[in-house]
Design a protein. Structure first.
Length: 361
């Protein structure tokens, strides 16, 4: 009888344990995060939070959805606005987001809001050879030894080049611009003197090829500094589920801290099937992560990880919309909401984080 009772007790304990485990799994809220590009080292803060279990600690079951060549890098804002399953999107640049807010009629707007950013500066600019122009001013206003203008390779959507030309008082039509794709081949082959792109990707190709290069950041120009790895959410999500957003941001900040402290392990996380996958190259992703660490601005202000500078967003938006001829300028309250970060970081962090200078590669 005692033996029978003991067996029953074990069965009951196992059943309770199973129910408890099942309940724990059920407690994790499914969350979809839309990336703006392939799931490479740029998204290491999310991948590290997934693999290290930081989202689990917050009761979240996070799926990171890739963007990239199949899903345009300028569509994650639109996907977020249209897909209610997506909690947040991660944008590399402000372009589509700002354009989506800059409609006079609210019914035409992308009703999404920026709630944070993990890179305080943007890796967008021009790749140039070391024996070429050393500043944006020289690239746009200078001449080569034969008297011709520098050849600039750019994708068709590179409208910010107009803003740079306007800043230096150069007619856009006078520039020698040729259309290129996203890879660095035209630059490596010497077909262009400068290549519009990101030093987190195209610059690696130059480094592997052994081509000496420099990078000219757009942050040389006032009002063109913009954050990257920008976190966006829908207005209704921000209004109805702020606690869920706070959980996601808190775990993501931990993921960023892990990346900063352990870049080699964070690189391995990119190769996890829940992130980029085994097809990604370890050395390339490690290079990307190591080079991008200063963009987190952690060296000066570690408590500012995840912060988004409203003033930078506002000035960039006004400059961009002015050159595109859009007369409707969204207010900063429409573009940025700091309430989620306030829950995590406290309002005392605003002033020091806002004054942190931008950091470029």
């Amino acid at each position: 009888m005692k033996r029978f009772s003991f067996v029953i007790l074990i069965i009951l304990l196992l059943s309770v344990s199973g129910i408890y485990s099942f309940a724990q799994d059920e407690a994790n809220v499914p969350v979809i995060v839309q990336a703006s590009w392939l799931l490479n080292g740029e998204f290491s803060f999310v991948c590290s939070a997934i693999v290290e279990g930081y989202y689990d600690d917050e009761g979240l079951d996070v799926t990171l959805r890739a963007g990239g060549p199949v899903v345009s890098s300028l569509r994650s804002s639109t996907i977020l606005a249209q897909d209610e399953e997506v909690l947040v999107s991660i944008e590399g640049v402000l372009t589509e987001y700002v354009e989506g807010r800059a409609h006079p009629e609210r019914r035409d707007q992308l009703l999404v809001t920026a709630i944070g950013a993990f890179w305080q500066d943007n890796p967008l600019g021009f790749l140039v050879r070391n024996d070429g122009p050393s500043t944006l001013e020289e690239l746009f206003m200078g001449r080569k030894s034969d008297g011709s203008r520098y050849i600039i390779g750019a994708t068709p959507d590179a409208i910010l080049i107009r803003a740079i030309a306007d800043y230096f008082g150069v007619s856009y039509n006078e520039l020698n611009i040729v259309t290129t794709g996203f890879d660095a081949t035209p630059f490596l082959a010497g077909q262009v003197d400068a290549l519009w792109g990101f030093w987190t990707t195209q610059a690696y190709e130059a480094e592997v090829a052994g081509v000496p290069y420099s990078f000219l950041t757009l942050s040389e120009i006032p009002n063109l500094t913009q954050p990257s790895m920008i976190i966006l959410t829908r207005e209704d999500t921000l209004r109805e589920r702020p606690e869920l957003l706070a959980k996601w941001m808190r775990a993501s900040i931990r993921g960023a801290q892990f990346t900063i402290e352990h870049p080699d392990q964070a690189t391995n996380h990119i190769l996890d099937e829940r992130c980029g996958g085994s097809d990604f190259d370890y050395d390339q992703e490690l290079w990307l992560i190591q080079h991008s660490l200063p963009l987190f601005a952690y060296q000066e202000m570690p408590d500012c990880i995840g912060f988004i500078n409203s003033e930078n967003v506002e000035s960039w938006s006004q400059t961009y919309l002015a050159i595109t001829g859009n007369e409707f300028i969204p207010s900063i309250n429409d573009l940025v909401d700091l309430s989620v970060l306030e829950t995590i970081l406290g309002d005392t962090v605003y002033e020091p984080c806002s004054s942190t200078s931008s950091i470029s590669e």
